[in-house]
Write a protein that binds this ligand. Structure first.
Ligand SMILES: NC(=O)c1ccc[n+]([C@@H]2O[C@H](COP(=O)([O-])OP(=O)(O)OC[C@H]3O[C@@H](n4cnc5c(N)ncnc54)[C@H](OP(=O)(O)O)[C@@H]3O)[C@@H](O)[C@H]2O)c1
Length: 323
């Protein structure tokens, strides 16, 4: 497979390179692009030293099977149309195209069928949404979910390299806020992305919109409170779900335990530090909510892996299979 990564030097781009190697994808070409700042840097794919090139409109002329974009919405909007002229598909990790009606927003385990026969831009969902929507899809199929209320605890790597740097510098005594609206070290910040007129933040709005689109369930009500916490890697979510039909706790836990990409723990729980190199969505502390029509659980996943790189690569593999 001939692959290009745009934003290869970023937190997600680097994880894409690592994930491609871990997943042993057959690659004949792997080209890495970033801004002029990083041109000439070396990154490693297993033992191969690869030179990072500056992204230009002509970067894609040699032709690729897949171009993976992970350099922010502005870069995707400006360059994805050029990439598309020379690739079977573009997989975009940014928010640029996610809510475009004609662009599939894909978590392959849930709506991978949308990829069959499709060519064009494919949107990779928001990180917290991907990990949460995997267990929600299982419960939706079983009980018809109607209302979801979540609070997130999101790692600084969700803001990319600058988020990690802000935390490291503040740990070393800096009082600069860096990329955040408040100090993050030894603190929590109840704002991720800009605040909208309706009082929700951009991240909260993404969870609402994207979950409904992926589940193709536009009856679903969802209220999110997204919080940045001083954790390096791994987003955690406290999820409360109300269902149309009465829930059987044993059946729900069995279904979750047997679902692809979900790791269910009945007798313990997962913290971000427990994730290691896991590419899965971890579900634990499953219990009834306020009555037999509701459930609540704890959900943790690596935002750079499942929440970004891994889902993008799974989209690529599913697309390659379905074309
Ligand atoms: N971090 C997460 O957990 C996560 C999860 C899901 C989705 N995403 C999305 O993934 C994208 C990347 O996030 P990240 O966390 O990896 O950010 P990051 O660490 O800040 O990396 C940004 C990357 O974009 C490149 N870039 C910036 N401006 C560019 C330009 N004009 N032309 C070419 N390349 C340019 C940077 O290159 P230089 O090194 O040259 O600056 C770097 O490689 C964002 O759209 C983000 O919303 C992130």
């Amino acid at each position: 497979m001939k692959i290009a990564i745009v934003g290869a030097t970023g937190a997600v781009g680097r994880m894409m390179i690592r994930n491609l190697a871990e997943m042993k994808i057959e690659i004949s070409t792997l080209d890495l692009y970033a801004s002029a700042r990083s041109a000439g840097k070396t990154l490693y794919y297993v033992d191969d030293a690869l030179l990072v090139e500056e992204l230009t409109r002509d970067s894609f002329a040699k032709g690729y099977d897949y171009v993976l974009f992970s350099a922010g919405a502005g870069v995707s909007r400006s360059f994805a149309p050029f990439a598309l002229q020379h690739a079977r598909a573009v997989i975009d990790n940014s928010s640029a195209f996610r809510m475009e009606p004609d662009i599939p927003l894909v978590v392959p385990e849930i709506n991978g069928a949308l990829l069959t026969g499709y060519s064009g831009i494919i949107a990779n969902p928001n990180c917290s949404t991907i990990q949460m929507v995997l267990p929600l899809a299982v419960l939706d199929r079983m009980y018809g979910i109607r209302k979801v209320i979540v609070s997130t605890y999101q790692a600084v790597s969700g803001t990319g390299q600058q988020g990690l740097e802000a935390l490291y510098q503040q740990r070393n005594g800096s009082s600069e806020m860096g990329v955040y609206p408040a100090i993050i070290d030894l603190n929590v910040i109840p704002q991720i992305g800009g605040l909208q007129d309706n009082g929700y933040s951009a991240e909260e709005e993404k969870m609402y919109q994207e979950t409904r689109k992926i589940l193709d369930n536009y009856q679903l009500a969802l209220s999110a409170t997204c919080v940045r916490v001083p954790v390096k890697f791994g987003h955690s979510i406290s999820v409360y779900v109300e269902c149309e039909r009465e829930v059987d706790l044993n059946d729900a836990s069995t279904a979750l335990a047997h679902s692809d990409t979900i790791r269910y723990s009945a007798n313990t729980y997962t913290t971000p530090l427990d994730l290691g190199n896991s590419n899965d969505s971890h579900v634990s502390r499953l219990r009834y909510g306020t009555d037999k029509h509701s459930l609540t659980f704890w959900n943790v996943a690596n935002n750079l892996r499942l929440g970004a790189a891994t889902n993008a690569i799974k989209i690529m593999l599913a697309h390659a299979k379905g074309v």
